[in-house]
Design a protein around this ligand. Structure first.
Ligand code: 2BA
Length: 114
């Protein structure tokens, strides 16, 4: 039986609900603290090892329990300094809209509970 690893990156706010939905559908999931490269802010990466035929159901669960977010961003290694500069210039930081989730589906060579 082919196995897949679903890697889903979601907003921290959505992680509890998504983990609950996965575990109540009998999927085993692991939650990793992560940080986005662009916003440099915390997000959550959830990994789920599953049989190939469960991929669509897991993706539906992710889609049903994660939400897009609007955020004003300061994509800068010196955010405080930039905020001050933007405030002084009376300018709003640019806004981005995140996806509900960023999902990768990988082939799993081997899956064991030893
Ligand atoms: P971040 O890298 O912090 O990106 C957060 C949001 O900022 C993105 O939302 C997107 O709306 C915007 N963004 C990112 N890079 C941008 C750029 N070069 N120019 C303009 N806007 C940009 P999402 O696309 O929903 O991504 C949410 C998080 O998922 C990302 O956080 C990152 O942690 C992860 N991610 C997204 N795509 C990825 C990829 N191809 N590989 C690895 N991780 C990825």
């Amino acid at each position: 039986m082919g196995m897949k690893l679903v890697v889903a990156i979601v907003q921290n706010d959505d992680a509890d609900e998504l983990i609950d939905a996965l575990t109540s559908s009998d999927y085993r999931a692991t939650r990793l603290a992560s940080t986005g490269g662009f916003l440099r802010q915390g997000n959550t990466t959830i990994i789920v090892g599953i049989p190939e035929e469960s991929v669509n159901q897991v993706l539906n669960i992710v889609a049903g329990h994660a939400h897009p977010h609007h955020q004003n961003v300061v994509p800068n290694p010196f955010p405080t300094l930039t905020s001050v500069t933007l405030q002084a210039a009376n300018e709003e930081p640019p806004e981005v809209q995140t996806a509900k989730a960023t999902v990768f589906v990988l082939d799993l060579e081997r899956y064991e509970r030893i």
